[in-house]
Ligand binder design. Structure first.
Ligand code: HEC
Length: 101
């Protein structure tokens, strides 16, 4: 029982990673963000850390990415990405939350 649960969660994480990196590249995320360094936007490590105890982190980040965000990290706003599908937004939000320092 336990081992199949572990396998299932491990597989889900491995699956998202490669697809998410492609999505992030294709949508220009990486020109403003990197995993560990602040560029224009916060590093994904910092985002994952900030929301680690927030059980609604993924839906909340989906909204930030889709509609844009301002005032949470500093004075520079993030533009909206309102042509992306919900599935792609969710993949990216989960990937950001899975970033390890
Ligand atoms: C033009 C630069 C730019 C691009 C492109 C960009 N971001 Fe951002 N992003 C920012 C900035 C600036 C912030 C901080 C906004 C704030 O202070 O609320 C941010 C914040 C975020 C946050 C944290 C939101 C929150 O609610 O705290 C996430 C997650 C994020 N970006 C993911 C992405 C993803 C995924 C993409 C690609 C689809 C992307 N960003 C594209 C500049 C950008």
């Amino acid at each position: 029982m336990t081992s199949s649960l572990l396998l299932a969660s491990g597989a889900a994480q491995a699956l998202d990673e490669a697809a998410a990196v492609e999505l992030a590249k294709a949508n220009g995320c990486l020109s403003c963000h990197s995993a560990k360094e602040k560029i224009v936007g916060p590093s994904y490590v910092a985002v994952a850390e900030k929301y680690k105890d927030d059980k609604d982190a993924v839906p909340s980040l989906v909204q930030s990415i889709q509609r844009g965000s301002k005032g949470k990290w500093g004075r520079t706003p993030m533009p909206a990405h309102d042509t992306m599908s919900q599935a792609d937004l969710k993949t990216l939000a989960e990937w950001v939350m899975s970033t390890k320092p």
